[in-house]
Each structure stands twice: as C-alpha cells, then as structure tokens.
Design a protein around this ligand. Structure first.
Ligand SMILES: Nc1ncnc2c1ncn2[C@@H]1O[C@H](COP(=O)(O)OP(=O)(O)OP(=O)(O)O)[C@@H](O)[C@H]1O
Ligand SMILES: [Mg+2]
Length: 750
C-alpha cells in the first residue's frame, strides 16, 4: 500500500491584464493572494484579506504538454503499474478546467490531459512488450443528480446506472466500457462521448460545462509467460467538473440558472466532504451526491490523486480565486492509500486446471494398469455409450437381466446410471398419470356423475297360502344428486383386468410405495375435483335457469315419491295389524271350537252348533280377512304407482345430471381457452339469470356469489386475479415505461 497526499496544482488562466492581487513566488509553488473584502458588493472597503498558499506547483503561461508532464504523467504511469489514479480539474466557471482536461476545440497541440493520457498509455503498452494489456474506456456524465452513459447507444441507458462499492472500490454499475485496441480507437470513443456532453453558453464561458464528466481508462494487465494467473486491474479517472458560478456574474436564467444552482450544490457537498476528511472526521457522507460518491476513492481511498485548481487572476474574480485556493489547500491535506489491484485471470486458471486434470488422468491410468483393471474409460460417456447403458438399464428394470449388467466401474458411469434411472422413473410416472387420466375419463363417461336411483322399494311379500305380513317400504331416497362420490370401481384397473396398477400385489417395494404415494395424490385430486363439482352443481341448481327447472322437477317428483311411500307404509302397517288380529282371533276361535267339541260327547248335531260368542268371533274373522285382502290389493296398486314415480324421479335426476355435466364442461372449456379481453364479456349476473348457455366462467360464478356474501372479499379476489394477469402480460405498463424514459431524457438533454 502506498500512502500519499493528494497532489494539488494551481493553473492560472492567462490574462492580458497584469495580475493585481496575485503574486506567484519564485519557488513556483507558493502564491499570495490579496483581495479586498466584500469587493463584490460594490461598497468601498479598505479591509483586505491576504493569504499565502503552498501547492505542488503553480502553472502559469505553460503549454498543454508541460501541464501533462508536470501534473499527470506520474499518475498515468502508476496506473500502468496497477494503481488506481484520479486527476480532476476544479475551479470557477470559465477558469480553464475543460481546457486543461480536454483541450481546445480539438486542436492537436492544445489537446488536454485526457487525449494525452490515452497517448501515453498506448505508447507505454507498445513499449512494454512483456505484458498483455487490455484497455477499456468509459465516459460518465453527472448532470444534476442524473447519471448518463456518454458511450452508450441508448440515451436512456442511464436509468440502469448505479454507483456501487465493491471490495472498497467505487464503481458505476452498468456503465458501458468500450474495448480500445489502439489510441485511435480510444480517442474516437472519447470524441463520441464529448459530442454527447451537456454544454451551454453564458457570459463567462461560451462553452460552459453544465455537468461533471468522468472519462475513465480501465487497464487489465497480465505479464506474458508468467506462471501466476494474477492480472492487475487499474483505472484512471479523468474528471472535468462543472464550475462554480456566481449567477449574478454569469447572468444566467431559466434552465441554466437551475443547472448552476445544482452544480453549486454538488460542489458544496464536495467541499463539505473534503472539509470533514481534512479534519479527520471518522464519518464522512459521500452518498449525499453522485459526485462525492464517484470521487470517494480519489479523496481518501485506494487511489493516487491529483487536483488541478483552475483560477482567474483578474481582479473581479479574485474572491472566487481565493475560495478556490482555500478549497485546494484543504484537498492537499488529504491522504490516499493506493494498492496494486490484482485479480485472478480466468483463462490462466483454466489452463492450470487443464494441466492438473491431464496429470491426474495419467495417474489413474497408471494405477489401473498396476492393479490389472485394464483400460477404464474416465471421459464423459459418448452418445453411443449412453444409449448402450440405457438398454442395459431397461433390461434390468424389465427383469430381463440381473443387476450385474449395469456397469459400475467409474464415478461417471454411476452418475450416468442414476441419471438414466431417474429418466426411466419420470417416464413411468408420466405413463401412469396418462393412463389414470384416460381411465378416469372413461369411468366418468360410463358411470355418470350420480349414484343410480334407489327408489322403488322392496316388493311386498307375496301371499303364501293365506294371509301373510307384507314387506317394509325402503327408506326415503336422497332428495339431491351426488357428484362427489367416486364409485368403488372407478379406480383404473390393469388393461388385462388385473388389480389396480397403483396397488400391485407383489413386485419391487420402491415401486409399490411410489405408486401408493401417487395413488394418494390422485385420490386427493379426485376428491378436490368432486368437491369443486359439488360447489358448481349447487350454483347450477340455484342460478342457472335450466338447472333450476330440472331441480324443481326432480324435487316435486321426489316429494310425490316420498308421499307415496308414506301412504304405502301406513297401509302396510294397517294390513299387518289386520294380519296379527286375524291370527289372534283365529287362535281364540280354534281354542273355543276345540273346547266345544270336547265338552259335547258323543258328537251330535247339537255339538256342531256354535254359541253366540263363537259366531261373533267367526264373523269378525271373516271381516278381518276381507279387510286384509282389500288392504293387500291397495298396497299392490300403490306399489305399481310408486314404481312409476321412481322411474320418473330417475329420469329427472338423469336429466339434471346430463344438464349439469353439459353446462360444467362448457364452463371448463371456456376457462381453458380464456383469451385476453374475455373479462369484458357480459356480467356474471346476466349470465346466471340470462341465457344458460352463455359464457359464464365457474370462477366468475364463485366471485359473483362472494360478492353477495362479502363485497370486500370479492374485491380482494378480483384484484388478485387482475394482478396475476398483469404479471403474465409483462409487468408495468408500457406507457409508464415510456414516460419514465421520456422523463430521463428530458432531465438530461435540454
Ligand atoms: N490556460 C488557458 N490558456 C488558454 N485559454 C484558456 C485557458 N484556460 C481557459 N482558456 C479559455 O477559456 C475559455 C473557458 O475555458 P473552459 O471552458 O476550459 O472553462 P471551464 O473552467 O471548463 O468553465 P466551465 O466551468 O464553465 O465549464 C475557453 O475558451 C478556453 O479556451
Ligand atoms: Mg468546462
């Protein structure tokens, strides 16, 4: 690390008028400035301020070449040795900063430090044949607080620039760096950038810089035939600042006045940073402006720095000259810490690793020979080898060969095997998924969505040699239809009719558990789909006119069915009661008859005569039997009617299921083929209550329902949907982007 003070030179602009108040001492480094206080206010004031300054050099009436040699050459040569360098010109407007850094009107002998530095760099590169140097150049403009890439083809590219700090070095991320293979190429880029700079005229300077500009030469240097993969990287920042202005003196207005104020502000921040640094403050805020952020290294970091303070000697500007010199004096107190910047050269590293790999391969081959393993292929398998390995793996998986067929001689082979196993696994999963989907589709087609109707009831017990009890009526059927239950046989089976392929009874355990997991996932998906359909079935019955009609018809039918069942049940109860009474009465009558016959022996005609009680019992029994037969016939009739009603209900249910399926599939297809602009379709409410075949999406239907229940939730859901659609369409709107670009361009180029 080289610790060094910032070098400061003062360059006085030549003047036709003999200097009054500025005295350069014979050592060529010291200057005394004497200025009347408040002179600028026009008030006669005999108080004088007399200050002496000492710098690294005072330049007066000196050629551009001599300025380069005295101020810049040392820094530029160090940049070629791997150190970062900065040369910046500072001073009042019109004092000669641009003249110093850039030169005059592209006149060769009046060219400034930037073109001369380029010349020096390329000349040195030609001379230093022991190294390979890559030169890149960049040109950054700070206009107000906007960064602009002067070498970019896109004027709006500044939007992407950002000042970042990496490993203690400040960089401008996103800045174009052009590779320059020759001085000519580098100069061309420099001139191109110059043409893009912001310049404007005012009283003190016809071509006043309205921005701070930083031309940077980036070097990447590698010694030829050197075993190390290290390369040195360094950069030379050549900074032409905009000048401070007393707006009264420059008489600027409008945009130029705003520019002047922004320039003065950023220079004030620069002064504050320098003040803080020179006083040794531990925290200095470089981030206040882009200018201080960019110059951070130059003022106290990894850099060798030279400042050229440009000033006027004419009396009217002595106050500004004094200010400039005071600032220059403080800058001279700053210290920087430059180091040679090294990094690894990827190309050299690759070459080194290639050599190592070749050595290791040789070593392996030698060991294989010594252990009698023959020639083992350590390279990546060729396509043919991969194909052969795939055949072997398939043979093993199909049970046609045992595991020994799979070669495991090298790590690469093992990895390739695993890769191919995974490939086979993925294919198998895809096949299974496809098969499950196909079977499910065919099951849905054949089974329909609902369970089969169960009405109809059990047939009444047939009369068997007399009165018998009649059968119970079936419990009430369900009043709705069920789309949620997958029939037990809905699970796909093997094509050959064997067990479910997802539940093999024997075979590889891993395959079994993988299949079970898949089965679980499929079941869950099936249940989700069923639940979803149930939700939409409810909506269909409630809000789609066709669905409403079909549902009402079915309900009416089922009500009738239930009433009929109830009636049958009542009669069955009464008939059965008659039967039990018949049985009891018959038993009592038989007992009475038995008794009568036993008591009257021998059996006579009188003995055959029955008493009053027995007569009444016989009469009642006969009536009961008549009633039983009548009731039985009524049940038969009612059951026939019940059967008809059950068939009607089944038909109604079927109509509802078919109607719903048709509607549901139409909605699903509509969702799948959703196109931009579909959201402009007629409102969901219209679709629900209007044409049932209209293009109402299930999601819209749900949204519509939610809106009824909780409007806030509906808004939230709608916003979510809109957001995801916008994301799909590519983020921010193009008009916003265009506006941003227009704004950027406006703020940079007036
Ligand atoms: N040392 C010099 N020798 C000859 N001419 C000079 C010298 N310094 C400045 N000039 C002339 O003065 C004018 C203003 O100089 P320049 O544009 O370099 O000022 P500046 O400090 O860059 O001003 P601004 O801050 O407004 O950009 C130019 O026309 C330039 O030719
Ligand atoms: Mg200038």
């Amino acid at each position: 690390m080289v610790k060094s003070a910032v070098k400061v030179f003062v360059r006085f602009r030549p003047s036709g008028i003999p200097p009054d108040g500025v005295e350069v001492l014979p050592d060529g480094k010291s200057v005394i400035v004497e200025v009347r206080k408040k002179e600028s206010s026009g008030v006669v004031n005999n108080n004088r301020e007399r200050l002496s300054f000492k710098f690294d050099g005072i330049i007066q009436n000196t050629s551009q070449e001599a300025v380069f040699t005295e101020c810049a050459e040392d820094v530029v040569s160090r940049v070629l040795n791997g150190y970062n360098g900065t040369i910046f010109a500072y001073g009042q407007t019109g004092s000669g900063k641009t003249y110093t850094m850039v030169g005059e009107n592209m006149i060769f002998h009046l060219r400034g430090i930037i073109p001369r530095s380029l010349h020096y760099v390329f000349r040195e590169i030609d001379l230093r044949t022991d190294r390979e140097v890559i030169v890149r150049v960049s040109y950054l403009e700070i206009y107000g607080e906007v960064l602009c890439d002067l070498l970019s083809d896109d004027p709006a590219s500044g939007e992407n620039l950002a000042i970042v700090e990496q490993a203690g070095v400040t960089k401008v991320k996103g800045l174009t760096k052009r590779i320059a293979r020759s001085e000519e190429e580098a100069l061309t880029y420099f001139f191109e950038g110059e043409a893009n700079r912001s310049v404007g005229p005012h009283i003190l300077n016809e071509t006043s810089s309205r921005s701070h500009c930083i031309f940077t030469i980036h070097l990447e240097c590698k010694l030829n035939d050197h075993p190390s993969e290290k390369v040195t990287v360094s950069k030379l920042n050549l900074v032409d600042l905009a000048g401070s202005e007393r707006v009264k003196k420059t008489m600027t207005s409008g945009d130029m006045l705003k520019e002047a104020m922004t320039i003065n502000k950023s220079l004030t921040f620069l002064e504050q940073a320098v003040n803080a640094l020179s006083k040794g403050h531990s925290h200095v805020s470089f981030r206040q402006t882009k200018l201080t952020a960019v110059l951070k290294d130059a003022l106290g970091g990894n850099c060798r720095t030279v400042m050229i303070a440009c000033a006027w000697t004419e009396t009217p500007y002595l106050e500004e000259t004094m200010t400039t010199l005071k600032f220059a004096q403080r800058v001279r107190a700053l210290t920087t810490y430059a180091v040679v910047n090294e990094k690894s050269d990827p190309a050299t590293m690759i070459r080194r690793y290639e050599r190592q790999i070749a050595d290791l391969k040789q070593e392996l081959a030698m060991r294989d020979t010594l252990t009698g393993r023959g020639r083992i292929p350590y390279d990546d398998p060729t396509d043919v080898e991969r194909h052969e390995l795939g055949n072997k793996i398939r043979a093993y998986l199909n049970g046609e060969a045992n595991v020994d067929i799979v070669p495991i001689e090298t790590l690469k082979q093992i990895k390739e095997c695993f890769r191919q196993f995974r490939e086979a696994h993925v294919l198998l999963l895809a096949d299974l998924k496809k098969e499950v989907a196909e079977r499910r589709a065919s099951v849905t087609e054949t089974e329909g969505l609902s369970g089969s109707p169960t009405e109809g009831g059990q047939a009444a017990g047939e009369e068997s040699g007399g009165e018998s009890l009649v059968g119970e009526v079936d419990p009430d059927p369900k009043l709705g239809i069920d789309v949620g239950q997958a029939p037990a046989n809905a699970r796909p089976s093997q094509p050959d009719g064997s067990a479910d392929p997802l539940h093999p009874s024997s075979g590889d355990d891993n395959q079994t558990s993988a299949a079970e997991n898949k089965d679980d996932r499929d079941s869950a998906a099936w249940e989700t789909e069923t639940a979803r359909k149930n939700v939409f079935l409810t909506q269909y019955k409630k809000h789609v006119p066709d669905g409403k009609t079909l549902d009402e018809t079915l309900k009416n039918c089922l009500v009738k069915l239930r009433e009929k069942r109830h009636a049958i049940k009542e009669i069955i109860n009464s008939v059965n009661q008659s039967k039990r009474s018949i049985d009891e009465l018959r038993e009592s009558l038989d007992a009475k008859r038995e008794e009568r016959l036993n008591n009257r022996t021998p059996r006579t005609v009188e003995a055959e005569m029955i008493d009053e009680e027995e007569f009444e019992m016989a009469k009642k029994l006969k009536a009961l039997k008549v009633s039983y037969r009548q009731g039985f016939n009524v049940i038969k009739t009612l059951r026939a009617e019940l059967q008809t009603l059950a068939e009607e209900a089944a038909e109604c249910r079927n109509n509802l299921v078919v109607g719903f399926n048709t509607w549901y599939e139409a909605q699903r297809s509509a969702v799948k083929s959703e196109q931009p602009g579909q959201e402009d379709a007629s409102s969901p409410e219209d679709n629900i209550h209007g044409d049932p075949s209209s293009n109402l999406l299930p999601e819209q239907l749900v949204l519509q329902r939610m809106n009824h229940d909780d409007p806030e939730m509906a808004v939230f859901e709608a916003a979510k949907k809109l957001m995801s659609r916008n994301m799909r369409r590519g983020g921010l709107s193009s008009s916003y982007q265009n506006e941003k670009m227009r704004f950027g361009a406006r703020t940079r180029y007036h």
